[in-house]
Design a protein around this ligand. Structure first.
Ligand SMILES: [Zn+2]
Ligand SMILES: [Zn+2]
Length: 222
């Protein structure tokens, strides 16, 4: 590995060594290790360090098991084999439980531009409709609140497109485009460029206002 372009980093697998390091860092955060609250669950996001894209979502016990087991092909080597990845696609319409967890951890809120409704109340939407051949896969599922799910499904003229990392582009019937990134990616981007308006919503056209009053700058009907 000599290159360091984001595309190459994107393609790198999550290795056992990385999971062990992650576990160490979690345990350094609080004595005895970071654990789920009683009766609750703790989803740990494994994030690409450069782009902030979510690579995998694991529970504490899964993380411990995978870090301990390592690569099944090279048990004691420092290989670069993936030990965890995004949940695989399914043939069914309904997303699997791992897909639901991954997408909720990735999106956290409704992904419609400017909407901050909590993902716990959100529907998982097929960006390309299942009936039109859209896959039930994390690359084609995003969190939308009921209101925006209805808009996405029924309102004519709106276009929704999403890339493999969950970057969603919404085009209104009048041709206005907005890009929203999963919060982790928006934060990674903020590190390099601090002009982004809050909530991960980003005007496509530079110079459309950098005063920070993005809510007011957004045209209806967002
Ligand atoms: Zn290996
Ligand atoms: Zn919404």
């Amino acid at each position: 590995m000599t290159g360091s372009s984001p595309a190459e980093v994107d393609g790198q697998p999550v290795t056992a060594a990385q999971l062990r390091e992650l576990l160490q860092r979690l345990d350094a955060l609080c004595p005895g290790g970071l654990r789920a609250p009683a009766g609750g669950s703790l989803d740990i996001a494994v994030v690409d360090p450069v782009t902030g894209a979510l690579r995998a979502s694991v529970t504490r016990s899964e993380l411990e098991r995978l870090a301990r087991r390592g690569c099944t092909i090279h048990p004691d080597g420092h290989c670069r084999c993936p030990v965890v990845d995004r949940p695989p696609g399914t043939d069914r319409y309904r997303p699997s439980a791992p897909q639901r967890r991954f997408t909720t951890v990735r999106d956290r809120t409704c992904r419609h531009p400017g909407c901050g409704n909590h993902a716990g109340w959100a529907d998982l939407d097929h960006v390309v409709p299942h009936a039109e051949g859209g896959a039930t896969s994390c690359e084609n599922l995003c969190c939308l609140c009921r209101r925006h799910h209805r808009l996405e499904t029924h309102a004519p003229g709106w276009r929704f497109e999403m890339d493999d990392d969950g970057v969603l582009t919404v085009t209104t019937p009048s041709g206005v485009r907005r890009v929203t990134r999963p919060p982790g990616m928006a934060m990674a981007l903020d590190g390099a460029r601090s002009l982004d308006p809050p909530c991960g919503a980003e005007p496509l056209h530079a110079g459309s206002g950098r005063s920070g009053s993005s809510a007011g700058a957004e045209p209806p009907p967002f």
